[in-house]
Every structure is written in structure tokens, then in C-alpha cells.
Design a protein around this ligand. Sequence first.
Ligand SMILES: *Cc1c(COP(=O)(O)O)cnc(C)c1O
Length: 405
Amino acid sequence: MVSRRKLLKSLSLLPLAGTVLGTEWLHGQSMTKEVLEATASRNFFKELGIRTFINAAGTYTSMTGSLMPEEVTQAITYGASEYVNLDELHDRVGERIAELLDCEYATVTSGAFGAMTIGLAGVISGMDEDKVAQLPDTTGLKNEVILQESHNIVYTHALKNVGVKIITVKTAKELKKAINPKTAMLWFLNANTDEGEIKHEEFIEMGKTFGIPTFIDCAADVPPVENLFKFTKMGFDLVAFSGGKGLRGPQSAGLLLGNKELILAARQHTPPRGHTIGRGMKVNKEEVLGMLVALELYLQKDHHKEWEMWESQIKLISDSAKSVKGVDTEIHTPKYANHVPSLKVRWDQDRVKITPNEARKKLKDGHPSIETVGNDKEIGITTWMMTPGQERLVAQRLKEVLSTS
Ligand SMILES: *Cc1c(COP(=O)(O)O)cnc(C)c1O
């Protein structure tokens, strides 16, 4: 904790602090150029006593996700400077995103998690205002969501928030049997496709046969860029992506794509409407614009070139680690979710006398601080969340940590 005394002291050291805190600012007049410049040069994290780090781990909420390109922060700054009607903005941006992604409709949500909650809420309520206000009490409403047991990860809590019961099944036969008049939605987790017996097409077919909407969680499934188009075309009624993972938009934003009627119903649960379960999942103009620009940038990107860069960065780190005797590496690309070149570093602990967890702590505590993932057997590294050039620091530090042990 920063003590009050220390905080006041650091404030007094700021240029023109008096102007910031004085009457001019309180009266809402524009800040002077000097104050703006002083603010722009503030090192906020240092002031707060927080270390920043090189992200060699990936897109983790605990590590604040991804970094936004400057075009995105410019859009956010622009959004912060004017008032508009919130619904009108969501309407227009939803239409624009649907155009970009060649799907029926879209809306910017509070992350993939928020997309799941309002998406399901809309499925249950439709446009009926009384039903919107009734949730999460599902008395008399459809209140079951069916998913495969192997897809039942922590994030299905986003569905439970709506007041539904999760029903898990293993086979298509069990799924068919579980469908009943209370079934609201069928939910699929793309990341766990290989772990489940029922694959995309069969799942969608089941929904169509019984007239039940299907939803796919693709939160971490960009790249590849094609996924932004693939699942709406395949026939899922609703598709969710995180905005602040591979898309590098605002970390608290996301996308809900698909059926227009269902997305308009989902919107009934969002601000400005207040008698809703989604009132706390507000997405204001700054993030709406930031998300739109992040998506535009992502679609324009040279994905092939970016992939080659990631491959060469991973190879550089891999070669550096392998130059230490006893160290072995494996380069791999997860098939679903976080589909990027990734590295596993393992070693013979009789020759390199440090455990992977100790090595990870050394990397984290060193200069610069480097965050990785891993367990007691290996260190895991990706480069897609790094700023280009940082891979050299990571390669060097990893070698140092492993060779001085
Ligand atoms: C990250 C993630 C979420 C949550 O996404 P947010 O955009 O952080 O809300 C949901 N499902 C899966 C599979 C995820 O990886």
C-alpha cells in the first residue's frame, strides 16, 4: 500500500500539481498544455509501486490480457471527448462489425464472458420486457443449458449467472435424450473440441432439429482470422470472442456475433436499461470504438508475416535455451485456442540444478521481469503478446537463468 503521506509527497513533486488539484480543474476548465504534458509523462505504475513485465506467457486476465495498438488507444481517447446516444452507438457499431465479419448481426460485449451471459439471457427472454426484468429468476421460463461434460469449464458460470441449470452429456444420444421443453440453449466450447465426442456440425444439427439456439465460445480462438467468419457461417446462432486476447482490443470488451433477433434480445439486458442482469456489464463508447478499431486493424493485418515473425522469435528463444547443456525444447502450436507458435522448455534436473518453478520465479523477479507459464516439469513461452525485440531479452535471460544454476 502506498501511504497517504508518500502519495501526497509524490503529488507535490509533480509539475504544476497545484493546477491539477486546484480550482481551475475543479471548475471543469480545460487543463493547460503543461499539465497535460506532465500527465503524459507520468509513470503511473512506478508511482503505484507496481512492476511491469515482459509477457512471455500469453493472454491472461491476471496479467491484464494484451497490449492495445496505438490506433486503438486513439479511438478510445476520441470516444472519451464527446457524448453520443449509447444505444445508437451500439446499433451502428454492431451493423459495421456484422458487415466486416459478413454475419447477420453483432454487438460489442463486456468480454466473451459477458457475451455468454447476455446472449443466453436474450435467448430466454426474447424481446419480452417482463421476462427481461424477471431474470435471473427463471420460474416459468426455459432454464436449462446443455453442454458436453468435457466442455464444462469455469467460465460456464457466465451461463449460471442467468439463473439456469447446466446439464452435461457425453454422447449425441445422451444429448438428444436431455433435450426437453425446459431446454433454452446448447453451448459448445471450441477450445475443447477434441475432448468432446460431439463435434461442431452434429451439435448445430441437433439444435436445428429441435429448434434450440446453439452458442459457441471462441474466446481465445483468434488467430486464425478465419475463425471470425467460420462459426457463424457453419450455423451457430451465437458466437463469442474475447476482445482483449488475440484481437488486441480493450481487455474488458468482447464480440457477440450471429442471429440478429437473438442479439437484439441480448441487448435488452444491457445498459442503459437498468432492470437487467447485464446492467453491470456496461460497454461505453470508449471501449465500443476501441473494439471496432482493433477489429479493423486485425482484419487488415498481414497474418502470414506475423506468423513467420512469431516462428522466428520462438526459434530464437528455443535455440538460446538449448545452448545450455541438458536443456531440451519443444516447439508446438495448440490446435484450438491460443493457436500460436509456442515453446516448452524442459531439462535434466541432475545437470541443470533448478526446478522449472524456481526458474520461472527467477525470470519474474529479475531485470527485466519476465512472466512465463509452466508447471513442475517445464516452462511454457509464447511471443505473441510481446513487443517485437523483447524476444531477445527473453532468450538471453532464459539462458542466464538456466546456465548459472
Ligand atoms: C478468456 C476466456 C473466456 C473469458 O473471456 P473474457 O473476454 O475475458 O470475458 C471465456 N471462455 C474461454 C474459453 C476463455 O478462454
